[in-house]
Design a binder for this molecule. Structure first.
Ligand code: GAP
Length: 483
């Protein structure tokens, strides 16, 4: 089973310290979230797993950590200044503001048989005479207009708010930091094609309609990789990355039934993409219509040679340089064939926060006890679980038991994340660890003082096993790897 809806996870996340509404004591800040102790561990584990899989376990990968604020020219030549926008419309009656494309999508879903009169508005076709305002029910719209999603800021103490020479943006994707460093990495690390550059970091988008918990926020984290290949090899390599990424999510426990591949139709493709396949997760299982249950978890795009060309001082068109501001040519010289060309780029791009949401939803299970009580058990993959083992004393008023339990926690913690907890009866302590996904509980009891052994309880089966303290670390590590 998985969580029946996102609300179940919102409540668990707040109750157990994974995620809290941000700025809550001041009334919150729409769709901003703070990660608590367990949420921070979970995010770090997702990023660590991705980095290990993407960078450390491969021979063709380098890492990078580029700036969040880049020279404004980066966003001019990448196309973001011109095209990274959502079409907005205002209701002239009640002054509410909406994304025109979303209104249109919803309308088409509700009226599949009806023929729409589409009015081309330069930005998006919008059926202005049919769609009622979801707020007031009237039909009186402004023309759609483009709203750029990049957050603006000004650089320098003396800069005026509207000084165009000081204008800068918070990056809306980590990818551009990779493209502008392509030659730096390729030459310093002596790389030949094919190879990739991976980056994890924050991105910012002034989303018009953020929401659904951590699914869509204005500040979020991305795990992106740009894989550079010879033109002509791009289609095969693209397909390989689609399969690898799909398998990565499955290897970390996401059920195949809750994952699907979605081929973006041509009209949805970004200006740089030749083909994009998204991995969808069933984020909305409560929706009646199957098609509306899915949304994007990650995208895998074939970006062609668009970005490297766009940021290069070459090429020339009609005797004039297309990019007048770049000082570098980001083309590649192939020693074997003595050819110079712009590599094609395959880009797997995932969101840390959306991945965390999918892992939480998929891990959610409920189990009934002998006493007919419902318990939540979060069956997170052990590598993602925020805590690997909880050490629990059976009697907290017995100093020898408490001392032994604390020393076991200290003995375990250099090799795996362990906690000590004595703030309840053993049943309550087990239930708390089940609910946050801790794979093993280690119970220290009176007998432990005599036989130097403890009880190890498995989160998924609730089975218990007696293990010698001296063998405990090795035992837990072995079972964590097996799970
Ligand atoms: N460089 C390509 C790129 O950024 P994208 O599909 O716009 O592609 C990649 O973003 C991933 O980043 C998405 O699949 C999603 O997981 C995550 N993402 C994008 N916008 C987000 C937002 N507003 N909130 C949370 N995650 C987001």
């Amino acid at each position: 089973m998985a969580a029946p809806n996102i609300e179940t996870i919102v409540s668990l996340a707040k109750r157990r310290g994974f995620v809290f509404p941000s700025s809550d004591i001041y009334g919150g800040l729409g769709s901003a979230w703070d990660y608590g102790s367990l949420g921070t561990e979970l995010c770090n584990n997702v990023k660590q797993q991705w980095w290990r899989w993407m960078v450390h376990e491969r021979d063709d990968m380098e890492g990078i950590d580029s700036s969040i604020i880049l020279n404004r020219q980066v966003w001019k030549y990448s196309g973001h200044e011109e095209t990274f926008s959502d079409p907005l419309v205002d209701c002239k009656e009640c002054k509410s503001r909406f994304r025109a494309d979303k209104l249109q999508e919803e309308y088409i879903q509700k009226h599949p048989a009806e023929k729409l009169t589409i009015y081309g508005a330069g930005i998006v076709s919008f059926a202005q005479n049919e769609i009622e305002c979801p707020n007031c029910g009237k039909i009186n719209w402004t023309e759609p207009r483009a709203f750029n999603l990049m957050f603006r800021t000004t650089l320098g103490a003396a800069a005026e708010e509207d000084d165009p020479t000081a204008l800068a943006y918070l990056r809306p994707e980590t990818a551009q930091g990779i493209f502008i460093n392509f030659l730096n990495i390729q030459t310093t690390m002596r790389r030949k094609l094919p190879f990739g550059i991976a980056q994890i970091g924050k991105s910012f988008r002034n989303e018009v309609t953020p929401g659904n918990f951590i699914f869509r926020t204005r500040e979020f984290e991305q795990m992106e990789m740009e894989y550079f290949v010879k033109p002509g090899e791009d289609e095969r390599v693209h397909q390989e990355w689609i399969d690898l990424c799909f398998d990565w999510y499955k290897s970390l426990g996401l059920a195949a039934d809750n994952l699907r591949l979605y081929e973006q139709p041509e009209k949805e493709l970004a200006h740089y993409a030749k083909r994009t396949v998204d991995i969808h997760y069933r984020f909305f299982p409560e929706r009646a219509e199957d098609e509306r249950q899915w949304d994007e978890l990650m995208g895998i795009a074939n970006r062609t040679d668009f970005d490297l060309k766009a940021h290069s001082k070459k090429p020339e068109r009609d005797g004039e340089r297309i990019n007048k501001d770049s000082t570098e040519d980001l083309s590649y010289f192939d020693e074997a064939t003595k050819e110079r060309f712009y590599p094609f780029v395959i880009e797997p791009a995932a969101g840390v926060n959306r991945s965390v949401l999918a892992f939480l939803m998929d891990a959610y299970t409920e189990r009934t006890t002998d006493k007919n009580e419902t318990r939540v058990v979060l069956k997170l993959h052990p590598s993602l679980a925020p805590i690997k083992a909880a050490v629990l004393p059976l009697a907290k008023n017995k100093p020898e038991i408490v001392a032994l339990a604390k020393s076991i926690k200290h003995f375990l913690q250099p090799s795996l994340r362990a906690v000590y907890d004595d703030t309840g009866g053993i049943g309550k302590l087990y239930a708390r660890q089940d609910e946050i996904g801790t794979p093993f509980c280690v119970t220290v009891d009176h007998q432990s003082l005599e036989d130097e052994a403890v009880t190890v309880r498995d989160r998924d089966t609730w089975e218990q096993q007696r293990i010698k303290v001296a063998d405990l670390r090795e035992h837990l590590q072995k079972r964590l790897n097996e799970k």
